[in-house]
Ligand binder design. Structure first.
Ligand code: COA
Length: 258
């Protein structure tokens, strides 16, 4: 029996259905030809521009620049603004840990559970990270945000502008209906950003990132309550493939929402 005959003999009806569905049967090749070839990572083209800031999902080059900014310091040693005290890592391995974290996040991204970590640039220079995450977005329509800036770039309005940019994207393009954010009691800058953008309080919970009890303040923002500090960001790279990757509907544009 030839190899082709053996393959035919073991092909079940389900295999044939699958082959017909993917086009493999018609072409006789696997993987089945598909035209145009779909973008394997639609996040690549996404850019949010607002004022002097540009936000793009992390890639290896921008993540390395981010590590350099981190080594200048993000917060005083006397406070810990993050749930995971990752900034206290051995400085020799902090950068490797940050890259591995971002790679893991990219690796496990799915429409059901995703994180997009936007590297933020000011006039082309990396200054911080603005993250947006969602679980079961297609059903829940909710995003959570988190962010940090290198210490030299704090207190100049950039934190407000970058959070506002991703909120405008989430509400206006993804179709989110709520956004959440948390900060530890005493984080005046984060609290002020949330207040400025229209969030309301939504209870507290207790955590111990450094083994000591801290109060986390939960904040929630409805799409209708969002008070952007300036014009909506310019969004490039919003495609049906990206909408599918993030569990969002297509088409849904900023103009339809607002
Ligand atoms: C939190 C953070 C992203 C905010 O960004 P930022 O650029 O510093 O904040 P902005 O300059 O946009 O300021 C926003 C508001 O906070 C106020 N603010 C900023 N720093 C402040 C401080 N240290 N104390 C009190 N208020 C402060 C500003 O006056 C402004 O208020 P306004 O809108 O009423 O004028 C940034 O400070 C940071 O990275 N901090 C360290 C990491 C961190 O705490 N991340 C958040 C974890 S929840």
């Amino acid at each position: 029996m030839t190899e082709a005959a053996m393959t035919e003999a073991v092909m079940t009806e389900a295999d044939e259905d699958e082959a017909a569905r993917t086009g493999a049967a018609a072409s006789g090749w696997v993987p089945a030809p598909i035209d145009p070839v779909p973008d394997p990572w639609p996040l690549h083209g996404l850019v949010l521009r607002t004022g002097r800031l540009e936000l793009r999902p992390d890639d290896d080059a921008s993540a390395r620049e981010l590590v350099t900014v981190l080594h200048d310091g993000v917060h005083r040693a006397s406070v810990m603004p993050f749930r995971e005290p990752w900034t206290e890592a051995d400085p020799r391995y902090l950068g490797r840990g940050v890259l591995q974290y971002l790679w893991r996040e990219r690796m496990s991204l799915s429409p059901e559970d995703w994180s997009v970590h936007f590297v933020v640039r000011l006039d082309g220079r990396v200054i911080g990270l603005q993250s947006v995450t969602a679980t079961r977005f297609a059903v829940l329509r909710e995003v959570c945000t988190g962010s940090y800036l290198g210490r030299h770039f704090q207190g100049q309005g950039h934190g407000t502008a970058m959070r506002a940019a991703v909120l405008a994207f989430a509400f206006g393009y993804l179709g989110a209906t709520t956004a959440r954010s948390e900060y530890f009691a005493g984080n005046a800058a984060s609290a002020a950003v949330s207040a400025r953008l229209g969030y309301r309080t939504d209870g507290t919970r207790l955590l111990a990132p450094r083994g000591e009890r801290v109060v986390e303040q939960r904040m929630v923002l409805d799409a209708a309550g969002f008070t952007p500090p300036g014009p909506a960001p310019e969004v490039e790279g919003w495609t049906p493939e990206l909408a599918g990757l993030l569990g969002a509907e297509w088409p849904l544009t900023s103009t339809e929402q607002h």
